[in-house]
Design a protein around this ligand. Structure first.
Ligand SMILES: Cc1cc2nc3c(=O)[nH]c(=O)nc-3n(C[C@H](O)[C@H](O)[C@H](O)COP(=O)(O)O)c2cc1C
Ligand code: SF4
Length: 853
């Protein structure tokens, strides 16, 4: 279709609203031109109907409302008036686009010019001068309309020649025409002068996802239609380029044009984020309530039940998270007239948007209850929440109390409660109330609370008071304490590791004993940040620990965290006193922590005062083993020496890292690579930790080799993933846990491809872990992968520069790869889990002994 014929078509479809609006503007022009004379007449009765001040008690009718809105929109001609909204009734004021409530940035001269232009151009009517038979492009009848008022065009046929504002207003009110009989016809009527628009209205955002380009084409068509209607050019955004987290603060009118793919496609990330957020109980109900949206799906009906399933889900989840659906879901079938279906949807959607009578759609674009980021509730806190029909929203008792609703916090659309379930529902509500009360009490009584809050972010920026909140909410507190964590202050945790318990009973140490000489009963596992920037599939905590890309919580004092961690650690140890098998000597030793594993959960390097924390550990001669997930390269670069610095290398390609770590950062891969580079520049011991997940990250040997060459770590720890009963979002099963032989094979392949410089040094068969070490740590036949801890503390104290080679210690031969002990310290008692039969025989034997007594 040519540009002119498409314009013609557009005009045909929009002529009525366009003419109405044009007339409104023409009316204003007249009002303005008469302003000077009328202003000097104190007794003038002009504009009675359009001065809301004069009729404060009467509600405005629709025409008055439009007039009033238009008058303010055309603020350039009213000089100071646009800034004096006091004259407008509240409901009219609220209909104004957000930006025009504020002082416009355009220079007055520019605005005046725009106003002058609109005065001559805006009316679609020539006042009967136009000789064209029927000029459809201008909406002018050429004075042909014989009836007093041509309702179909809104043109009066040049008959109405208002002589005063009064008559204009009356004409407008009765006929909808503002013909002034002498105006030159415009090229094309505009709803609002385009010169003013970019300043006035936030552009529509059009998010598209595409592989073969159709969705992008449709997005461009939408943009063209919007522009032809006088709206600002919408922003076209490829969904893969948008940071999904930003939807949480997005307030624009957002149109989603999404294609469907049953293979890996451009929607995956967005849909995954929507799903995660929708079902994440930590995300508040109505998280997207600032967003106004509509979705159009592209698909192919040949895919049967999968036709447009992705876009459909997007539409559903957006709605369920509180986003306002301004226009119903539309779909276009590749197997049919996809373009036609789209055009119909596109046109109807824009039409409704510009139609003030369709207030819920219209308001999504032209009105906002927010100003300067203040929420609606902040702004109009005296007002009731209204539903789509303008009725006050009836909230349940639970909603008013902020309690979880029946389905766990969300009464989603289409989810109705069966009458028979009402008993269960009542019980659930009661239970939820009791649980909440208990949680809040436990939280309030937490005996370890932050003594000092550090009110700044990692970059030293002060945290604004309203942003400071605690990372651990009462619900999270409950969840974590249930899992055995002790919470310190507002964002730190400590937990006793199972190897610590095993060591207390003389039943062996963890792999770090075999690789680096750590005795597990002397080790404390803690984290100063329960939050993380990933949602790794093998992290069983990702449904509970908070996530974020930047620190936005209260910050606790490092000294307080360390003291709290030690107190809680010792407190938990005490509870093991007297437990059968606990060795007295180990129990006494354990009361002096010598190692700290900063790897419990979350991202320790995220904590803004991590350097202070680590230095405090070293002052107490406690070693530090810090594991980071390689998303904060700057923090790695600025990290003071730690005894051993790890990065988790969970995958070796961008695609698999995205699949496994599910990072929140859009530039996660660049961050990951930068982290490896930063690691390569550290002087102290550095380690890559590879966790193998079968079918996820075990096939990319060459890429791993590449990454190892990049960061040149001293050591590479490779272990098979541990099965923790995943399910849920991770989708992992036992089938994803590699056998020991498979891990060995993988390591051998890595070592082969790495060539000289690295060798397989040690293993801990029990935990399926293998250590590949740089040959810098081998002297002759002997490995020196262990650590001289005292030497390390002395080096730190000295303040001199040192390297990983300055504090190495000899590795015992039982820890060597291939040694018969398999990395198990021969001085420990090997404990083999009993089989079912053995446990049964043991029980029978004990019962027999009791009988004898
Ligand atoms: C590999 C492939 C998989 C597809 N999977 C689906 C599907 O599961 N459901 C569906 O409705 N359409 C499916 N389609 C059809 C596309 O969604 C449809 O052709 C759409 O118009 C493409 O939009 P685009 O050009 O913006 O990428 C698939 C198309 C391809 C090529
Ligand atoms: S290093 Fe880790 S696994 Fe080993 S004892 Fe410490 S916390 Fe437990």
């Amino acid at each position: 279709m040519s540009a002119s014929s498409s314009n013609l078509q557009l005009w045909k479809e929009y002529r009525i609203p366009l003419v109405c609006m044009a007339i409104g503007i023409a009316t204003l022009s007249i009002l303005i031109s008469n302003k000077a004379s009328t202003a000097s007449k104190p007794d003038s009765n002009h504009d009675q109907d359009t001065h809301p001040d004069d009729k404060k008690d009467k509600p405005l009718n629709k025409v008055e409302e439009i007039e009033a809105v238009n008058r303010v929109v055309d603020h350039a001609t009213e000089e100071q008036k646009p800034y004096q909204h006091q004259g407008l009734k509240k409901e009219v004021y609220r209909k104004l686009p957000k930006v025009i409530r504020k002082k416009p940035k355009k220079k007055q001269a520019e605005l005046d010019a725009a106003a002058a232009a609109s005065a001559t151009k805006a009316s679609g009517c020539c006042g009967g001068k136009n000789k064209a038979e029927d000029d459809k492009s201008t909406g002018c009848c050429g004075g042909k309309s014989k009836p007093e008022t041509d309702k179909s065009t809104g043109c009066c046929g040049g008959k109405n020649k208002p002589t005063s504002e009064d008559s204009v207003v009356n004409t407008l009110k009765t006929t909808g025409c503002g013909c002034s009989s002498g105006n030159t016809p415009s090229v094309k009527p505009a709803l609002i002068d385009p010169l003013l628009l970019p300043e006035l209205i936030e552009p529509i955002k059009v998010f598209y996802s595409t592989i073969t380009g159709t969705a992008k084409l449709f997005a461009q068509q939408l943009a063209e239609s919007a522009v032809s209607l006088g709206l600002p050019h919408p922003k076209l955004i490829d969904i893969v380029d948008y940071d999904t987290e930003d939807f949480l603060t997005e307030s624009s009118l957002s149109i989603f044009i999404l294609s469907t793919y049953n293979v890996e496609g451009p929607n995956d990330w967005f849909l995954k984020w929507l799903e995660d957020t929708r079902f994440d109980w930590r995300v508040q109900k109505g998280a997207l309530n600032r967003l106004k949206f509509s979705v159009f799906g592209l698909g192919d009906s040949a895919y049967g039940d999968d036709f447009c399933n992705g876009p459909r889900l997007a539409d559903k989840w957006l709605g369920q998270m509180g986003a306002q659906r301004v226009w119903p879901f539309g779909e276009g079938d590749k197997n049919g007239d996809q373009g036609g279906a789209y055009k119909q949807w596109n046109d109807a959607m824009l039409d409704s948007l510009l139609d003030p009578n369709q207030s819920h759609v219209h308001d999504a674009y032209f009105s906002s209850d927010e100003e300067d980021g203040a929420s609606a509730s902040e702004h109009d806190d005296d007002e009731e929440e209204l539903d789509e029909d303008g009725e006050p929203v009836k909230k349940t008792k639970e909603e008013k109390l902020g309690l979880p609703t029946i389905d766990g916090g969300d009464a989603s659309e289409g989810e109705m409660v069966d009458l028979e379930d009402m008993g269960n529902v009542a019980r659930k509500i009661k239970q939820a109330k009791e649980d909440k009360a208990l949680d809040e009490e436990a939280y309030a009584n937490q005996n370890v609370r932050a003594k000092r809050s550090v009110g700044e972010t990692k970059d030293g920026k002060a945290i604004k008071p309203r942003e400071v909140r605690e990372m651990v909410s009462p619900l999270l507190y409950k969840s974590l304490t249930k899992q055995g964590y002790k919470i310190i202050g507002t964002h730190s945790g400590v937990k006793i590791c199972r190897w610590t318990k095993a060591a207390l009973r003389g039943r062996g140490f963890c792999y770090k004993h075999s690789f680096y000489g750590i005795q597990s009963h002397l080790c404390m596992e803690t984290t100063p940040s329960l939050a993380c920037a990933n949602k790794c599939v093998f992290c069983w905590r990702h449904h509970t620990n908070p996530v974020g890309t930047e620190w936005r919580w209260k910050v606790d004092d490092p000294e307080f965290i360390l003291e709290g961690a030690l107190d809680n650690h010792y407190g938990m140890l005490k509870q093991l006193k007297g437990v059968p098998g606990v060795r007295a000597d180990r129990f006494v030793e354990a009361n002096q922590v010598k190692h700290c594993a900063l790897s419990l959960v979350g991202e320790p390097i995220f904590y803004p005062h991590i350097n202070e924390f680590v230095n405090l550990l070293h002052k107490k001669r406690i070693s530090s083993f810090l594991v980071t997930n390689a998303q904060f390269p700057d923090a790695i670069a600025s990290m003071d020496p730690v005894t051993q610095l790890y990065v988790s290398v969970d995958a070796s390609t961008k695609e698999s890292l995205k699949k496994i770590d599910r990072p929140l950062f859009r530039d996660f891969w660049e961050r990951f690579l930068d982290s490896l580079d930063a690691l390569g520049k550290k002087g102290q011991r550095t380690v890559y930790r590879l966790t193998l997940v079968k079918d996820f990250n075990t096939d990319e040997i060459a890429n791993y080799v590449e990454l190892i060459r990049r960061g040149r770590p001293d050591f590479i720890e490779i272990k098979g993933v541990t099965y923790c009963g995943y399910g849920g979002a991770s989708g992992l099963t036992m089938a994803n846990v590699p056998y020991h032989a498979e891990v060995v094979r993988f390591v051998e392949l890595i070592q082969e491809q790495l060539g000289a410089g690295y060798e397989i040094a040690a293993e801990h068969a029990h935990s399926c872990s293998i250590l590949v070490a740089s040959t810098k740590f081998k002297k002759g036949d002997k490995w020196y992968t262990h650590i001289d801890y005292d030497k390390f503390f002395d080096l730190v104290e000295s303040g001199q520069k040192f390297t990983s080679l300055d504090y190495m210690a000899e590795t015992p031969t039982w820890a060597y790869f291939g040694a018969p002990e398999g990395g198990f310290d021969p001085e420990e008692t090997r404990y083999f889990r009993k089989t079912k039969e053995q446990r049964k025989a043991e029980r029978e034997r004990r019962e027999g002994e009791q009988d004898e007594e």
